[in-house]
Design a protein around this ligand. Structure first.
Ligand code: AMP
Length: 227
């Protein structure tokens, strides 16, 4: 059983790296952002509650985040473990998580703010199947068309310069306390995430002492759907 949390600034590659790790080791990837986007896309009550907050780049309230995480982890479909992306984001969420769950490692994707703006503003998302593309590193074969389901690609509503500023502010405000708390339970592995995704993935495996997967992998950031 492997239990990992991936943390990092928006645009550091959390989604791509957690997806690659999940794929290679049969882990369940749990992304709070994907779960919320699923609710927005399907016009659920939760979606209606979080849409404006998300578009503005602000954080969803802790009570709702905790409920979503508890329900998701309670599904117990993670026979080989899980990799969490986008949670915990602050002290309260970290304490909530550590009260009930173990952790084997924290993967901290480190990248300067100056590099993320370009990355984030170059992201595209397939709303139907949740696959993430980067116009820098993992372009779709046909412009603005998903390679997997042929639906149109969109820009995330919160991938705007204004929302990114808000997200970076929240991130810097809370990252130290999150790392400090998680670090009490598990090793924190700081990975230079400014490099290409294959190199970053290889370093994560090596630092975590994980074997390389048999087949070459790790191309596009294949984000699973939130549910
Ligand atoms: P992400 O895909 O991780 O960048 O998350 C997208 C958005 O979903 C964030 O900007 C928040 O509005 C919301 N969100 C995701 N995870 C959390 C969390 N752990 N706590 C609060 N809000 C979250």
């Amino acid at each position: 059983m492997r239990k990992y949390v991936v943390v990092g600034i928006p645009g550091s590659g959390k989604s791509t790296q957690s997806t690659m790790l999940a794929r290679d080791f049969d882990l369940v990837r749990i992304s709070t952002g994907d779960i919320f986007r699923w609710h927005v896309r399907h016009h659920t009550k939760i979606g209606a509650r979080v849409r404006r907050v998300m578009t503005a780049g602000q954080l969803v309230g802790d009570v709702l985040v905790e409920t979503i995480m508890r329900d998701r982890l309670d599904e117990h479909d993670w026979n080989y473990g899980f990799v969490i992306d986008g949670f915990p984001r602050n002290r309260r969420q970290a304490e909530f998580f550590l009260e009930s769950y173990d952790l084997d490692a924290v993967i901290y994707l480190d990248i300067p703010d100056s590099q993320v703006r370009h990355r984030v503003l170059s992201r595209r998302l397939c709303e139907r199947c949740g696959v993430d593309y980067s116009l820098i590193e993992s372009r779709p074969e046909q412009e603005d068309v998903c390679d997997v389901c042929a639906d149109s690609l969109v820009t995330r509503e919160d991938d705007t310069p204004e929302a990114l500023t808000a997200r970076l502010f929240d991130y810097h405000k809370d990252i130290d306390v999150v790392l400090e708390l998680l670090g009490r339970k598990a090793g924190v592995f700081v990975i230079d995430a400014s490099r290409d995704q294959g190199t970053v993935h290889a370093e994560i495996l090596s630092r975590l002492g994980l074997p390389s997967p048999p087949s070459p992998g790790g191309s596009a950031g294949m984000a699973e759907q939130g549910r």
